[in-house]
Design a protein around this ligand. Structure first.
Ligand code: SF4
Length: 426
């Protein structure tokens, strides 16, 4: 609906890729074209960089509503077989629409026609036109079979009404949020509302945006948390904690997506190893290890948050220093008692004269050939914790599996969450 951005944040590529801000692009014609060619779609995914900056925001929302995406709007899937045949007749992308027809017809046969006689009737029509195998499925046969197959397709296809959603996938800018704009935003079925929380300095504006969202009954929120830029680790912790507090207080679902900063130019832009001034390799690996289990998401819920990131900043820093394997397989190593041993040794060594030497080794996150790095037997003994690799873990960690399952389900249920999983959480 817009292009570019009104700001020039130094960590962002938008000002370079799209240097001119266009406050509104006519979209309704494109929307109609898509609708005519591919049929009505359930959801609307918009990739504006900063839609709230637009002085035409009200018009944009009205246009989205005119497209059929108003609060409470529902969607019934159109007859996709009919649409595919129309495209085949017009010669538009034959390969894709032959595949689509094959998939639709076979899905109807195996999943939707429960009556055995009817299923057999449908199967034998498919068979007579050689449509049971993708290799024998041809455009000509599909078009010829259409009059016979479509009445059954129409009868058994899914016609349940589903809720429609709109997602400004690139996030919105809390600094532009006003009561009036949030009220306008709430006229469309926005889910989730993504608000950027790039640095702690914008806490006031961010919290205001979340409160206004709650005021206008926008319950599903998501936010991007840039880290490894100019921020300190405790500022990442605090931003996540603010989300936990807001979700509790306002009864919202808030997903946070920590995003690691990578420079846009120079040598550091050519790899993914860049380390910000207040960060080090170990801290970054620790964050990635925690996020690995949850596919990059920090969901609402104090229990999980405190377990994953610590009850306070001190615990958070302790986790950042923890061996990676102990972080990922938390309950397993807790059960074996190794985590407690590590903790007491870590606390002791932190108070000792060796700490400066140990700190450098840990922060470099390279635990190979430790004998070359120190001759101190106490340090070597402590660093053994860091040499236990994931491959050494034979037993299944039930907690990890449980969390993985929970997040996989969550992603399966929400295609927009999935679209966001482009980050470096491994
Ligand atoms: S406001 Fe967002 S889109 Fe605009 S320059 Fe900053 S980070 Fe990029």
């Amino acid at each position: 609906m817009t292009k570019g951005c009104t700001r020039k944040c130094s960590f962002c590529s938008v000002p370079i890729l799209e240097p001119t801000y266009k406050p509104k692009i006519n979209t309704i014609d494109k929307f109609k074209e898509i609708k005519d060619r591919f049929g009505e779609q359930q959801n609307l995914l918009l990739m504006d960089n900063n839609v709230l900056a637009s002085p035409q925001f009200v018009e944009i929302i009205d246009e989205i509503k005119a497209m059929g995406f108003y609060k409470g709007a529902t969607f019934v899937e159109p007859n996709q077989f009919e649409i595919a045949i129309k495209n085949l007749k017009e010669g538009f992308n034959d390969i894709a629409f032959i595949k689509k027809c094959f998939y639709l017809l076979n899905e109807l046969l195996t999943k939707r026609i429960k009556n055995k006689d009817k299923a057999e009737e449908f199967r034998s029509i498919l068979d007579s036109y050689h449509l049971l195998n993708i290799k024998t499925t041809t455009k000509e046969n599909l078009i010829n079979s259409f009059p016979e197959l479509n009445p059954l397709f129409e009868k058994y296809r899914d016609k349940t009404a589903k809720a429609r959603y709109v997602d400004f996938n690139q996030g919105t800018d809390a600094r532009y949020v006003t009561d009036e704009l949030m009220n306008k935003m709430s006229e469309i079925p926005i889910r989730p509302l993504r608000v950027a929380f790039d640095y702690l300095g914008m806490e006031k504006q961010y919290v205001n945006a979340v409160r206004l969202a709650a005021k206008y009954d926008i319950k599903e929120l998501s936010n991007y948390l840039l880290y490894n830029f100019k921020d300190k680790p405790e500022e990442l912790y605090r931003r996540m904690e603010i989300n936990i507090e807001l979700a509790e207080e306002l009864n919202l679902h808030i997903f946070s997506f920590p995003m690691k900063y990578i420079p846009l130019f120079g040598e550091d832009a050519k790899h993914r190893e860049y380390v910000g001034n207040h960060w080090n390799k170990k801290y970054i690996r620790a964050i990635q290890s925690i996020l690995n289990v949850t596919k990059g998401i920090v969901a609402s819920g104090r229990n999980f948050f405190e377990r994953a990131f610590g009850k306070d900043v001190n615990e958070f820093y302790e986790i950042l220093h923890m061996p990676e394997t102990y972080i990922v397989y938390r309950s397993l190593f807790e059960e074996t008692g190794l985590t407690d041993i590590w903790k007491s040794e870590f606390r002791a060594i932190k108070e000792s004269n060796f700490w400066d030497e140990v700190k450098i080794i840990i922060e470099n996150s390279d635990f190979k050939n430790l004998e070359d790095k120190t001759k101190n037997p106490d340090i070597l003994s402590f660093l053994k914790h860091y040499t236990i690799t994931r491959d050494d873990v034979n037993e299944e960690d039930k907690e990890v599996e449980k969390i993985r399952k929970r997040y996989n389900n969550l992603i399966k249920k929400d295609k927009f969450v999935n679209l966001t999983l482009t980050y470096d959480f491994e």
